[in-house]
Design a binder for this molecule. Structure first.
Ligand SMILES: C[S@@+](CC[C@H](N)C(=O)[O-])C[C@H]1O[C@@H](n2cnc3c(N)ncnc32)[C@H](O)[C@@H]1O
Length: 248
């Protein structure tokens, strides 16, 4: 593993993400918002370095180095926002090791604060592109992955920026072990058919629906995220998909 970002490198990817496999890829979205308050800045300088997942120069994530030993149960979350869902899952599942990825600085600082305040030792954060995380973990190492309420990019000319793409499903199929689970959600009306079409078409995933309106039901162990709460308040009904990674 390479060194975690130093205090002066809050935005290690600076809008571009370099991976060995794909060359340079653009990150679509804001990298930071308001200047961090002192407490949040301290989260980045003093706390994050001990929690940071930093892939090596080839994009590989060394899980044994990150967690002290190879985790038996590993969960990933891409686009954690302020990290409430990640922290909840970390608290509820102390025997699971989790890595959350987020490139928005203010979100990362909030997530680090949640982990710090809750004294969680089983969760790590990648400050950067979640696609790198999914591609960088060893094949079939992941038991469960979450992508919840990804940025919808509603304009047609921006659809290529959506994170749910056939190539992302391929990367998730490589990372998730057979029998593992992928949880997806979106509250955005146009993204729902997009997400469902791409996810359900992938030959390595099977929708585990029990009934016709399964996609309207959030599982018990799936807390509402901040974005979802806002969407529901505004009258939007989320889509929830739980997919099983089938055997090769
Ligand atoms: C609409 S927010 C939802 C956040 C959270 N999942 C929730 O439901 O509250 C989407 C988040 O995904 C992050 N994001 C988008 N693309 C990403 C990527 N490639 N890697 C990491 N984070 C990403 C954005 O910065 C943003 O914080």
């Amino acid at each position: 593993m390479s060194k975690p970002p130093s205090a002066t490198e809050f935005q290690p990817y600076r809008g571009k993400d370099v991976t060995a496999r794909d060359g340079v890829r653009t990150l679509w979205g804001r990298l930071s918002g308001r200047p961090l308050k002192p407490k949040m800045a301290r989260m980045m300088t003093d706390v994050l370095p001990d929690l940071a997942c930093v892939p090596d120069a080839d994009g590989r994530v060394d899980l044994a180095a990150l967690f002290g030993k190879e985790p038996e149960r590993l969960w990933l979350e891409v686009g954690i926002g302020a990290g409430e869902h990640l922290a909840w899952q970390g608290t509820e599942n102390p025997d699971v090791r989790l890595i959350g990825a987020e490139f928005f600085l203010n979100g990362v600082a909030s997530a680090v604060r949640h982990l710090h305040d809750q004294n969680l030792s089983n969760v790590r954060i990648l400050h950067g592109d979640g696609r790198v995380l999914v591609e960088g973990v060893p094949e079939a190492s992941v038991e469960r992955a979450f992508i919840l309420h990804p940025d919808p990019w509603p304009k047609k000319r921006h659809w290529e920026r959506r994170i749910i793409q056939p190539s992302m499903m391929d990367a998730l199929a490589r990372a998730i072990r057979p029998g593992g689970e992928l949880r997806l959600a979106t509250d955005h009306a146009d993204y729902q058919p997009w997400m469902a079409r791409i996810a359900l078409a992938h030959p390595k995933f099977r929708w585990t629906a029990q009934c016709a309106d399964d996609w309207r039901r959030r599982a018990q162990d799936w807390p509402q995220t901040r974005y979802e709460a806002k969407a529901v308040r505004e009258g939007r009904r989320p889509l929830y998909l739980s997919l099983e990674r089938v055997s090769d």
